[in-house]
Each structure stands twice: as C-alpha cells, then as structure tokens.
Design a protein around this ligand. Structure first.
Ligand SMILES: [Zn+2]
Length: 161
C-alpha cells in the first residue's frame, strides 16, 4: 500500500520484526469525535509499537470525513463555492467569521482543517443577505456591489448619445 511500510522490516531495538496490526481509535477534531480504524506496526518479538506519520494522517482524514458526514458539515469545495458566490476574498470571509485567521479559512477550503459546528452554521448563515450585510457592517468588510454591471455602460451610452 505504501513505500513507508515497516511490515516485515526489522526492529533495530531488539532484532525482531514488525508486523502490521489494526486498532480502533477515537479521534477528536474541532470538539467532535469519530471512531476510526488505524493501522500500526508492532514488533513481534518485544511488542514495541510504531505508528507512522502516514498511518496517523490516514486515520485523521478518515475521522474528518466521518465527522463531516455525521454533522453534515460543509465540504471544502462547498465553502469555497459559498465564498466565491458571495464575491468575497479569503481574508474578507475570515473577517466575517469573527476574525478567524485567514490561514484557518484557507485550511477549511483545502480540507486541512475542519470547521466546528458553530463555524459551519455561521458560514451557512452568510447566504442570507440580511445576515451577510449585518455581519459585514460589524466587521468593517466592504461587500462587492450587487448592482448588475451591465447597467453602467448602457447608462453611459444613453447619456453620450
Ligand atoms: Zn522489538
């Protein structure tokens, strides 16, 4: 499965060999938790356990997916589409989320971080124009104009004609 596998390779500490095992662990992310399967290596001679970064990452990703589905949280793609649909930059969206750091919002959109339920509800609430305008006023965010751009040239043409 991976190049980083230790299966069958020697444990230098004792001269035994590692074998692949599985365990069920509960992982917590953003105040939510999920039970996932995680692989690890155990030395068959001395029992030393070794969990590689890759094994931890895979389990973290699985937990994030489980939690996202269970709590019906927005997907990274949905968050980006929501932001782009509102014509906001990442920095502006971060400001609208009670000044959440820009890097965190970027992480949400890249699936690197998982938004908690409060942040998810807040993101969804921004599709309501009144809520968006109220938050923008409070956060000092200048929203893009909702006026149709096509009107400006035609008005100009009418004036010059
Ligand atoms: Zn060993």
């Amino acid at each position: 499965m991976s190049l980083a596998t230790l299966d069958g390779s020697p444990h230098r500490g004792c001269g035994g060999r590692y074998a692949l095992h599985g365990e069920t662990v509960t992982l917590r992310i953003s105040g939510m938790s999920a039970e996932v399967a995680r692989e690890f290596f155990r030395c068959e001679k001395c029992g030393y356990e070794n969990r590689t970064i890759e094994q931890r990452d895979l389990a973290e990703k699985a937990a994030a997916e489980t939690i996202r589905a269970e709590h019906e949280l927005l997907t990274p793609k949905a968050i980006r589409q929501l932001r782009e649909g509102l014509g906001l930059t990442v920095a502006q969206l971060a400001d609208l989320c009670y000044g959440t750091p820009k890097g965190i919002v970027e992480g949400w959109e890249k699936g690197k971080y998982l938004q908690n339920r409060e942040a998810d509800a807040l993101l969804r609430s921004l599709t309501d124009r009144d809520t968006l305008e109220r938050r923008a006023a409070r956060a000092g965010v200048v929203l893009p104009s909702t006026e149709p751009l096509a009107e400006t040239p035609s008005t100009t043409m009418a004036a010059t004609a």
